[in-house]
Write a protein that binds this ligand. Sequence first.
Ligand code: C5P
Length: 225
Amino acid sequence: MKYTVMMPAAGSGQRMGAGYNKLFLKLDDKPILAHTLDVFEGDLACEGIILAVKPDERQAIQSMLEQYAITKVTAMVDGGGERQNSVAACIRAYKGSGIVLVHDAARPFIRRAVINELVQVAAEHGAAIAGVRAKDTMKFASAGVVEDTVDRDKLWIIQTPQAFRYTLLQEASNKAEDEGFLGTDESMLVERLGHPVRIVESTYDNVKMTTQEDLVFGEILLNRR
Ligand code: C5P
């Protein structure tokens, strides 16, 4: 089943401490962004990629696309102040009515099998998100003091991709914007509509490159594959 990817790539990467957009940092001599784009470039089911970029990085990213022969980027839109704003810009730029995936540019290790399952489940049920089960004991705490221990069997650590029927995502995004609601993922916006969101089990190595330690882990993952 075909799908289009909306990829926010307009962050500042402050937690990485590189002084510039972390997506330009290299893993095995290739920028993180190029690694992530490659996954979708090589997936026959992917019809196009809508990238949200910072206006002053547009030129550098265009050059990156040429250097790494990425041909599926159909639109580059200006990102916004928050991740949700960047995704909203992608949503506005999409012209179709099919299944769309939102995927962080900072997650280069997503597996095609997970992508394909997300697309299938979203086509059937409207919304599907990638996640892994919590492995550690999880507690609620206030000011460093435990309040409660959570039932771990019900806890999932949520990642991207998150897949949706476009019309559902569009409605959720418009409602959030109208009401000034800011979420940390697109699922939250769809949950606010009361629409059930299914979880597709992903892999623990679908890490987001956020801090310097993630880069070390990323190099190891690349070498292992
Ligand atoms: O900062 P973080 O890693 O959580 O961001 C997740 C993704 O969202 C990254 O790929 C980043 O480039 C993107 N982003 C964005 N616009 C923002 C903030 C983050 O496109 N304003």
